[in-house]
Design a protein around this ligand. Sequence first.
Ligand code: FPP
Length: 245
Amino acid sequence: MTAKRAIPHHIAIVMDGNGRWATKRFLPRVAGHKKGVDALRACVRRCGDLGVRALTVFAFSSENWKRPADEVSGLMELLAVALSREVPQLQAEGVRILFVGDRTRLSEKVRNGLAQAEALTAGNTRLTFNICFNYGGRWDIAQAAARLAARGEEITEDNLAGAMALAHVPDPDLLIRTGGEQRISNFLLWQAAYSELYFTDKLWPEFDDAALDAAIADYGRRERRFGRTSEQVADPSPRVSRKAA
Ligand code: FPP
């Protein structure tokens, strides 16, 4: 393993466990999400410092609308507040913010907030921070296919990949899920095909710099083969034919 490979270019995170963190403390679930914003702020900063170039987080899934109405409105409110508080600092740190997901069901206020954050940070290049909001992996594949169909383009892997909502970044190298569950939950179904998966029992509000460092260190010990053999990975010379790979 070379030093270059040890830091993933793109990290994706399912930030699970906010509700349990709050319930354990006899707090409302939204208090866990608020604490989750603190953990996210620290994580973005740490990723930038470590040289990670893209971070993608699952902030609100297409299925989260099924939660109690007060939790859904609490998350919408939290997004609006977090945007107004955090965006100036993220801008100063060279973070480009992008929202990924279906905006049609979001209020005009939220949609305007997203558009403003994106416009303000559009020129930043240090870290691309994708916030998946009202996002689902199946939605993404379906919208990409619909776009190709509308343009009369052939449905190929390359064309689909180019029409995906995350086409502006390479696929995630490392996908982290906190909160103890070991599933993908409709996150990045297409893009995570070859991501290294890392599961931790830590609840998202407890996921600190040391926890991120541990995940990255674990990633550094993985052998990524992309369908090849160990021997080919060790000696990727041109002698290796495409057929053999
Ligand atoms: C999953 O925990 C977490 C979410 C559904 C929301 C994640 C949101 C944040 C971390 C805050 C950042 C968000 C914005 C608005 C930028 P859970 O509620 O499913 O936890 P549980 O499994 O313990 O119930």
